[in-house]
Design a protein around this ligand. Structure first.
Ligand SMILES: *Cc1c(COP(=O)(O)O)cnc(C)c1O
Length: 395
């Protein structure tokens, strides 16, 4: 294959073609390289590979052609220098902490991040003398005030789950850099199709590939994208030693997921916007949280920072928890599960599931009421999704 410079191509094209090198067999689809190790032509070549003086495969804990294709492709799509794949999104987040932090360091994290991310900082890094301050996502002053001389990075998800609040990534990156900190953005909700945090000033992007990158709920995986310097100095040595590697089979699934990511995201977001507008009209609904609505407090920021508004919609019911549970139980098609980013629409009650382990007052402080329902809008016909919801909206 001719060596094209994929930087010159649009993200839709990169997602389909970038990173693949064809073997002598002339295969069209990317092969799955199921091999743990690789053979060298001589003792000298082995030595050169191990010291990194000669590029090439060594051992599939840290070098595998199928995984590498996924890494090259996702790095281009996020406009980062380099990407490393991990066994899961949590393994990728753990890698960032393990490689960048030491005892006595400090992290500032948004209060509204994935539950296991909070537990990673609170239960595990804390054991090794690393403190984390949790702040309100959209309050830039709170971020700035929380930074200490020993703060290494700020960690954020935007938009947040389940209330779809945003933070201005460029402004947060400036705050971080003024105080010599890095900014880490978990880009799971947007994917590079909707938002490229590195182009907004962030230093590290982390993904759970399990969600939209796969898009069909098949595999668990994760990735870290950053500058050559950050990857080479911190993340790569940790992956090589820590071993939370993505399997070649999963990388192959994620590669085919990436090929359809752009069309899927646009379709997900179109349906979500339509559904959010429809929900706003329903008498039983008190409030809809979706950045695509004019009623959303950060609608202007969402238009500026993202190319689309996302595929998660949450809403509050006038009838409280009772009505929320009734609505969920009345659905016949939607999957009652906390997962998201799937072609299948899912429905969940955050206060008793994803956020059920939080103390009630902490949950309320975070704005997650008992009356709140969250939908991850899939790719079924949106009229069928409305029909399924209307069964419980009129009870
Ligand atoms: C799911 C998720 C993660 C964790 O990813 P896994 O692949 O499940 O380990 C991290 N961040 C966000 C925003 C997620 O939705």
């Amino acid at each position: 294959m001719t060596d094209l410079d994929w930087n010159d191509y649009s993200i839709e094209t990169q997602a389909i073609r970038a990173g693949q090198t064809r073997s002598h067999e002339g295969e069209h689809s990317m092969p799955i390289y199921m091999t743990s190790s690789y053979v060298f032509n001589s003792a000298e070549e082995a030595a050169l590979r191990f010291t990194g003086q000669q590029p090439g495969n060594i051992y599939s804990r840290f070098t595998n052609p199928t995984v590498n294709t996924f890494q090259v492709r996702l790095a281009l799509m996020e406009q980062g220098d380099r990407c490393l794949a991990f066994a899961s999104g949590m393994a990728a987040i753990m890698a960032i902490g393990m490689s960048l932090l030491k005892a006595g360091d400090h992290v500032v994290c948004s209060r509204s991040v994935f539950g296991n991310t909070v537990l990673t900082f609170q239960n595990y890094f804390a054991k090794f003398g690393i403190e984390t301050s949790f702040v309100e996502l959209s309050n830039l002053d709170a971020w700035e005030t929380a930074i200490r001389p020993n703060t290494q990075f700020l960690f954020v998800e935007t938009p947040s789950n389940p209330l779809m609040e945003l933070v201005d990534v460029r402004a947060l990156a400036d705050i971080a850099h003024n105080k010599d900190c890095l900014l880490v953005v978990d880009n799971v909700f947007c994917t590079p199709i909707m938002q490229k945090p590195l182009t907004l000033g962030a230093d590290i992007v982390v993904h759970s590939a399990t969600k939209y990158l796969d898009g069909q709920g098949r595999c668990v995986g994760g990735a870290v994208i950053a500058s050559e310097e950050i990857i080479e100095k911190y993340i790569y040595p940790y992956l090589r030693t820590g071993g939370a590697t993505m399997s070649a089979f999963n990388a192959w699934i994620f590669l085919s997921g990436l090929e359809t990511l752009a069309v899927r995201m646009k379709a997900h977001c179109d349906s979500a916007l339509e559904l959010a507008k429809w929900l706003e009209q329903q008498p039983a609904v008190d409030k809809v949280h979706y950045p695509g609505l004019e009623s959303h407090a950060q609608h202007e920021l969402a238009k500026q920072q993202q190319s689309h508004f996302g595929a998660v919609v949450s809403f509050e019911l006038k009838g409280g928890k009772d009505q929320a549970w009734k609505l969920i139980d009345a659905t016949q098609m939607l999957s009652i599960t906390a997962n998201l980013g799937d072609v299948k629409s899912t429905i969940t009650h955050p206060a008793s599931t994803t956020h059920g382990r939080l103390a009630p007052e902490v949950r309320l402080q975070a704005g997650i009421k008992e009356s709140l329902v969250r939908i991850s809008v899939g790719l079924e016909n949106v009229e069928d999704i409305k029909l399924d919801l209307s069964r419980g909206l009129n009870l």
